[in-house]
Design a binder for this molecule. Sequence first.
Ligand code: ADP
Ligand code: MG
Length: 566
Amino acid sequence: NPPCEKFEYQAEVSRLMDLIVHSLYSNKEVFLRELVSNASDALDKLRFLSVTEPELLKDAVDLDIRIQTDKDNGIITITDTGIGMTRQELVDSLGTIAHSGTAKFLKALKESQEAGADSNLIGQFGVGFYSAFLVSDRVVVSTKSPKSDKQYVWEGESGASSYTIREEADPAKLLPRGTRLTLYLKHDDKGFAHPERIQKLVKNYSQFVSFPIYTWQEKGLTKEIEVDEDPAEANKVGEEDSKAELRNPKDVTTEEYNEFYKRTFDEYLDPLASSHFTTEGEVEFRSILFVPATRKDDIVNTKTKNIRLYVKRVFISDDFDGELFPRYLSFVKGVVDSNDLPLNVSREILQESRIVRIMRKRLVRKAFDMILGISLSENKEDYEKFWDNFGKFLKLGCVEDQSNHKRIAPLLRFFSSQSEEELISLDEYVENMKPEQKDIYYIAADSLTSARNAPFLERLLEKDFEVLFLVDPMDEVAIQNLKSYKEKNFVDISKEDLDLGDKNEEKEKEIKQEFTQTCDWIKKRLGDKVARVDISSRLRSSPCVLVSGKFGWLMRSQTLGDVSSL
Ligand code: ADP
Ligand code: MG
């Protein structure tokens, strides 16, 4: 038997393992994410290096990840055909903390423990390989680097201060290339060795790993070696799911996007629209966004879990609060995959990151392009459906996102004095403006009927000016935030001083003088109920009307029907 050499862990590693096992128990399942991400990194490395050193691939085995479970004995094996590790690399990688992410994690963990332990931390930080000990008593790593002609076995136990390395002696366990991790699960964690459980976790955490991930249904560990001859038995989880995301947008069909959408977000209806893009330059990421066909979440529900963030194709989080996507666009669903963010990205990092800010900006722009696409589609019903579901989100956007007013405004829809059946866009309104008309007119009312019967309307109708009927309370708020569209101001026709560009000052003065006494008398009778009584030229057939002051509170227009009570 080749000698078995014993090594002490670096002090930090011991501490980390201790912490992992004793404090981070509530989110154990992340071990799979970490280990699959290591396998994926190893495959990536091999693929990358083989560009200049093609002989690395001489074993001609596929690049993939295979996860096998033995539920009776509580064993999970994760095998990759990646770059593997030499003996020295084993010592360097699995006995020391070589990377800063873990050191940072230790620091954050210590701080949070001082403030009362936060077991969520492990989900925010990648703790890497050592997370295997969250669920395992014993971990065996058997690995073969193409740079070495020997295969080595690393073996460690939970709670121990040392690990061993030996040469692989069992010929049945020799790998062509790559790494096999064997996890001997703790008594209470044996449930992870159920194939369904593993499949679910893989689906959730590793959906976009760019290599196929095979999991086995009902096969014992003893058959492990036969696996290669029997790939049909393998149940591919990763590959199908990752297809749409990884391919060139040009090669993906609408059906494939729809399938992807339904699977990823547990939807049963096709989305209204999708947008798949890759950005390059300053920040590189890939994303597919979708507009759902129905609305599930209410506008107040900002934590929708609708945007799933992946880093290097490993699922990081879908629990955002406006960091990646503004609240008013929270109905948009999608996946985002970045290579520029660290795997251990935390909420704090997200909030402060310049990269995230740039991503957010691009995502928002793409979302608007996608919505504009629906609005320009020949199938008018699509946008009607969209507006019906998500119109109020866009109106909220007018309030919350001034910087995107230009993108939101063309998407808004309203009824008007000339279109009570069909909603019109602001562009259609502007198109329909009279040559002498300067402003965009609107009236806020609680129904189309009261808008239609508003006395203020009379003069505008006479001039054939179109008036927007704002019948949803959000309409008015949105319009007042926009202030103008295409350099035309929005003007509330119920406010005093409405100038339709046809003032005859001479005549008005005359009439005002004539009726001064009448006005005084009415004001006296009404007392504090009104601020002022004035003569105005804005009515045609109604004798008088209540208006709100120029800077006064909003008021739904109201004709004073019974003037005799004065
Ligand atoms: P990180 O992945 O952030 O580097 P980990 O603790 O997850 O940290 O892994 C430590 C190191 O161990 C990796 O950087 C890599 O060099 C090595 N390693 C882990 N798993 C594998 C694997 N399956 N194949 C090859 N190398 C691996
Ligand atoms: Mg890792």
